[in-house]
Design a protein around this ligand. Structure first.
Ligand code: 1CP
Length: 344
């Protein structure tokens, strides 16, 4: 659509901070529980991992939001917990409760019992990437992803989700070496995982550092940023680092070499751009709960973000994942509001 042959997809041009005709838009967790067509497929399996392990279903799910909305990128349908599962943690989903790990990390001995990472155990993910890429039009980029080493470590220590990650945060001070070793192991695994997704057709990659913001700054640098850098070393596709609660540390992320940063909704995009200067792409950052506003106010909120960062080097997104209670119509309003504004 209006794309001359050889022109890279809009998302990739924005990630490279190249000139764009408008700001591209996609949404974290765009394939998920707020969509009735997702819930329909989801109801056919008990354990969410049974969806994730079926590439043909992952392809259908990744395409659902693309069919419904005019989005500029699809994201692989999978979950960050595939990597802990491949390390032998036994990830499964308990109805109504979220993820659980059968084996969790509590000390050096439990670390030693982890399986060596074999990227082939996640062949079902790479097959999903291949299928999704071949089903998408050229103008829609495909984003692969992984949890950051730190965020994966958080689930492996906690044994599932948590409201305060107290077990993890205590272990930081009781056994810092266990966490150093665990994030090191994960950095190697994530690197191989991302390389395989790239080889299968992912054109950009996002690292979800969902729990980086739990850490004091010095520990974030050591246990989140450093292993994240190691995980993406030498990757020749654009990588977006999304650290929820990481607004204070944007300069460190840029200086560490990340070319694109996901910004949560607590951080002002114009400020972020002033602090960082040009040359790093910024992705974000509408509050996911703004999608509960009436359409008029929602459009204003989108307009406010595009005013804060109108030009090249911006990818419109939410400041975190879309919530399950969102009305699908609200996302249509957001996408239309972004797409109807040309870059001046
Ligand atoms: O029961 C269900 O229907 C499962 C719901 C669900 C879905 C749709 C989960 C369980 N994961 C996913 C898909 C998913 N997860 C995607 C692909 C879909 C898309 O983006 O369009 C992605 C990128 C993720 C990534 C993910 N999983 C993150 C990082 C993103 C973020 O939101 O910060 C995290 C923290 C997870 C763990 C996870 N998986 C699922 C749940 C409910 C959780 C959160 C657990 C918790 O901390 O309580």
């Amino acid at each position: 659509m209006g794309l001359s042959p050889g022109t890279p997809p809009l998302l990739l041009r924005a990630l490279a901070c190249e000139p764009v005709e408008r700001v591209p838009v996609w949404v974290m967790r765009q394939a998920g529980r707020y969509l009735p067509e997702y819930r329909e497929l989801r109801s056919q399996v008990d354990d969410f991992m049974d969806l994730v392990r079926r590439p043909e279903l992952c392809c259908t799910l990744a395409l659902q939001p693309i069919r419904r909305y005019d989005l500029d990128a699809a994201i692989l349908f999978s979950d960050i917990l595939t990597v802990p599962d491949a390390l032998g943690c036994g990830v499964h989903f308990v109805a109504g409760e979220g993820p659980r790990l059968r084996r969790r990390i509590e000390d050096g001995a439990s670390l030693a019992r982890l399986d060596a990472f074999d990227p082939a155990r996640l062949d079902y993910v790479y097959e999903a990437v291949e299928r999704i890429r071949s089903a998408l039009p050229d103008s829609v980029a495909l984003i692969g992803f992984s949890g950051s080493p730190w965020t994966l470590a958080a689930y492996m220590v906690e044994g599932g989700g948590s409201s305060d990650f107290a077990r993890l945060r205590a272990l930081l001070y009781q056994q810092p070496d266990t966490l150093r070793e665990l994030t090191g192991i994960l950095a190697g695994a994530v690197r191989e995982y991302l390389l395989a997704q790239r080889d299968a057709g992912a054109q950009a990659l996002q690292l979800f550092d969902t729990w980086g913001g739990l850490l004091p700054g010095h520990l974030w640098r050591e246990l989140s940023l450093r292993p994240a850098c190691e995980a993406v070393r030498g990757l020749d596709v654009p990588v977006i680092l999304f650290t929820k609660g990481g607004g204070l540390w944007l300069e460190d992320m840029r200086d560490a070499g990340f070319g694109a940063l996901g910004i949560d909704w607590t951080c002002d995009l114009a400020d972020a751009r002033r602090r960082l200067g040009e040359g790093v792409a910024l992705q974000g950052n509408l509050d996911p709960l703004a999608l509960r506003a009436a359409p008029g106010l929602l459009r204003e909120e989108v307009g406010r973000i595009l005013d804060a960062h109108p030009g090249p080097g911006h990818i419109f997104n939410l400041g975190h994942g879309i919530t399950p209670a969102t009305d699908p119509e609200a996302l249509a309003v957001v996408v239309d509001a972004v797409r109807s504004r040309a870059v001046t």
